[in-house]
Design a protein around this ligand. Structure first.
Ligand code: PLP
Length: 507
């Protein structure tokens, strides 16, 4: 740290209402900078220029948010057009402010996070969090370790504690990451190390169990860890797309008797297709009985525990749990999280401190390093958006939004049940609704017709649905993880699908 004598206070001109007006002297510390002649690099911009750019960009963002409810659900643009629009060579000389001009075109050609977006499992991008993301990039903290970023580490640890408490896993540690694919990979690395000491001695043959509805990130993780995709044994599901626990038990006994080495079970709390929640408590009991690592992939559904904890009983019995605040906490991408019961297990898998990164000192807070418990070294200040967004709105606002998503799914399922030409293809356990257009006379063509209806729904531009395959049948799928959706938006879904079906069938 430079000696205090070389520092002076920089008072920033205020052009906007002061940030978080507070009289607490500890909070309103002025920003300090090094004394000396300003040295402008070619990349420097003045504070005034920064402010002008920031105003232009937040103005564009404000206009976008204002127009959002009326924007088409997909831009009318082709792949060729997007390539042409953005296919220009890199300018040798900077365009300065004119570079921003093209942002209008970017905004016009994105798929908007509108109130009527129900595709995939994708949160709606809460704007207070987005503003925090801007500040996080300006602060440019590398959240490797406390000594690299004191406030950011403290905030991330606090946010992890909030998340753990929210899903009934108080006392778990963890870290934020890009998303649940990364979290699932880290969890499996921990499982492999806990059961095989894989980090030291390399990978040996091992078996991991998951239901046939498991997310694609799990086979990917198994392959990346060198276990081989064939080591992922898929357990059949019951009629509600939940793992059949009897079949799991039988598979473990069969594989063990044949000399195999089971190491882990992956349960899913909210499958990506139908939102089914595996029987977590029974799976935990089987895992314990056979000394297997239990990872719960809660990317889609676990955060629904904020609003409906009973549906998700058993989360706390996991050894590790993936969450995705960029799904059902409405955070802007990217924001995933891995929680785990044992920080020592995370360190066993990930601790690999090079001499240059070694911590000196004994204070447990100040020597803490996320890179000892994560596969990442350089890490964004992801926690700032979650922290600001949750403090700004409060826990009850998130609970209410999740409850409303659950209700919207139940409402849509009821509307489908009341429509002769539509049928539900799976029970609605969380907020994913899988259904299709049906006409008895056209049974053999239903997959093709529903695929054409989906394409037409998106072309019509009022709503955005995605699709799923349910027992080999093509399903239209609406998933509600969207804080902007209103009851009247939901009421438009069935009429839009029926209108699209008339367009497709010419009736
Ligand atoms: C159940 C489940 N697991 C994992 C993932 C992967 O999450 P991410 O896209 O954040 O990597 C998803 C994404 O939809 C999911 O639904």
């Amino acid at each position: 740290m430079p000696p205090a004598a070389t520092l002076h206070h920089l008072s920033l001109p205020r052009t906007a209402p002061s940030l978080g007006s507070t009289s607490d002297p500890k909070v309103s510390q002025p920003i300090r900078c090094l004394r000396g002649e300003p040295v402008m690099s070619a990349l420097d911009i003045s504070p005034e220029e920064f402010h002008s750019l920031a105003v232009q960009i937040t103005d564009l963002a404000t206009r976008f948010l204002t127009a959002l409810p009326t924007l088409p659900s997909f831009p009318s643009v082709s792949g060729q057009q997007t390539r042409e629009r953005f296919g220009e060579p890199l300018p040798e000389s900077g365009l300065k402010g004119a570079a921003l001009g093209k942002l209008e075109e970017v905004v016009a050609m994105i798929r908007p996070p509108s109130p009527r977006f129900y595709g995939y499992v994708l949160g709606s991008g809460e704007p207070v969090a987005a503003l925090a993301d801007l500040l996080a990039s300006i602060l440019n903290q590398n959240v490797t370790a406390w000594r690299s970023s004191p406030a950011a580490v403290a905030i991330e640890k606090q946010v992890i504690a909030w998340l753990a408490a929210a899903v009934g896993c108080s006392g778990f540690s963890g870290s934020l990451c890009s998303g649940a694919s990364a979290a699932n990979l880290m969890a499996l690395a921990m499982a492999r190390d806990a059961k095989l000491s894989g980090a030291e001695s390399g990978t040996r043959a091992a078996i991991v169990y998951a239901s046939s509805e498991v997310h694609m990130s799990i086979p990917k993780a198994v392959a990346l860890l060198g276990l081989g995709r064939e080591s992922l044994h898929l357990v059949p599901c019951d009629g509600s797309w939940r793992m059949d626990v009897g079949a799991l038990q039988a598979a473990i006994e069969r594989d063990t008797a044949a000399g195999g080495k089971p190491i882990a079970v992956i349960a899913t709390a909210g499958t990506v297709n139908t939102g089914a929640i595996d029987p977590l408590e029974s799976i935990a009991a089987v895992s314990r009985r056979h000394d297997l690592w239990l990872h719960i992939d809660g990317a889609y559904g676990a955060l629904a525990a904020l609003a409906s904890p009973d549906r998700l009983r058993g989360l706390a019995q996991a050894d590790s749990l993936s969450l995705d605040p960029h799904k059902w906490l409405y955070q802007p991408v990217d924001c995933g999280a891995l929680l785990y019961r044992s920080a020592a297990a995370a360190r066993a898998a990930f601790s690999q401190t090079g001499e240059y990164a070694r911590s000196f000192g004994s204070d447990p807070i100040e020597t803490f390093a996320f890179f000892e418990e994560s596969m990442e070294l350089s890490r964004r200040f992801r926690a700032l958006k979650l922290w600001l967004s949750m403090r700004y709105h409060g826990a009850e606002a998130f609970r209410t939004a999740i409850r409303s998503d659950l209700q919207h799914a139940a409402d849509l399922a009821a509307m489908i049940g009341n429509t002769a030409d539509l049928e539900l293809l799976a029970p609605v356990e969380l907020s994913a609704v899988c259904f299709r257009y049906r006409r008895a006379a056209m049974e053999k063509d239903l997959d093709r017709v529903n695929a054409a209806i989906l394409k037409r729904v998106i072309e019509r531009g009022r709503i955005y649905l995605s699709n799923a395959s349910i027992a080999g049948r093509f399903a239209l799928r609406a998933c509600f993880v969207n804080h902007r959706t209103t009851d009247s938006d939901v009421a438009e879904i069935v009429p839009e699908v029926l209108a699209a079906s008339r367009d497709v069938l010419g009736t």
